[in-house]
Design a protein around this ligand. Sequence first.
Ligand code: SF4
Length: 65
Amino acid sequence: MKIVVDQVKCQNHGLCAISAPANFALDTDGKLQYHESFNEENIDDIEDAVDSCPLQAITLSRDAA
Ligand code: SF4
């Protein structure tokens, strides 16, 4: 499973970085950076991030190896 952020929808609010700071962060330019892969123990935080995104830009893809 991997994290996918729709870069067209994302407006770099950073709410996901508050919910799941291990996986999402805003860089010094205020642009979202994230890790596609994640540790299963962070799944609750990541699901919170998915829910917190006002633009519904974050999805979890089960296609990843
Ligand atoms: S909360 Fe959504 S819109 Fe905001 S930075 Fe994260 S993915 Fe982008």
